[in-house]
Design a protein around this ligand. Structure first.
Ligand code: SF4
Length: 210
């Protein structure tokens, strides 16, 4: 935990200023976080506790729950001023859960991506049916669920199966090194449960009845 805060602090002092849809700036009394679209706004609601990030992250502008925190639908209209990097780290864990740790593991060369079909192969119970997902279905599914414009901001590090990359999304979607130096990489090293649930729905809908 201490390492994560130290690495975050180092990154901030080196000019890091973006995490997903959040811009982070040095303020008189610590660090200020706000939506990147709100850079020029002077009418933002003020928050000052890292715990406030939880409610800010949970609902979009329409008040709907955000099951996927890396979806590009972070709500607008707030500024969160935090006194130190430790508080920024805790807040970022609400906004983008686990992303700091994943980034650090990746930068140390310790992050091991898991192929999509390996993830599906581990499913049990009502999700075991996802093991019937074909490669063609997987391509369509990922193209629908994961695109950065409307789906998810993460960079995908995994393949569908060994030697079978995702082919229906732009190349930048798979390049961690395409993240600007002042932005915190949001990395997907294993398919999330939302994609697995969508795989189940696709298999059920597209498998002919016996
Ligand atoms: S599988 Fe990864 S990239 Fe796709 S929606 Fe889930 S977290 Fe985002």
């Amino acid at each position: 935990m201490r390492d994560t805060t130290q690495e975050l602090e180092r990154w901030l002092h080196a000019g890091g200023k973006l995490a997903g849809q959040i811009s982070i700036a040095c303020a008189d009394d610590g660090w200020e976080l706000r939506h990147t679209d709100d850079a020029e706004r002077g009418d933002l609601a003020a928050f000052s506790k890292w715990e406030d990030a939880r409610s800010l992250a949970n609902f979009d502008d329409a008040g709907s729950f955000r099951p996927l925190k890396t979806a590009p639908n972070l709500r607008h209209g707030w500024r969160l001023v935090l006194r130190d990097a430790h508080s920024v780290r805790l807040a970022l864990d609400y906004f983008y859960p686990a992303m700091l740790g994943v980034w650090l593991a990746h930068s140390r060369g310790e992050l091991v991506p898991v192929e999509f079909h390996e993830t599906l192969g581990r499913q049990t119970g009502m999700y075991r049916i996802t093991q019937k997902l074909t490669h063609e279905q997987a391509q369509r599914l990922i193209a629908k669920q994961c695109p950065s414009n409307g789906g998810c901001l993460k960079t995908i590090l995994w393949q569908i199966s060994k030697g079978i990359p995702v082919s229906l999304l732009p190349p930048e979607k798979f390049r961690a090194d395409a993240t600007p130096a002042d932005a915190l990489p949001l990395l997907c090293h294993e398919a999330c449960n939302i994609l697995v649930a969508a795989a189940r729905k696709m298999v059920k809908e597209e498998t002919p009845a016996p």
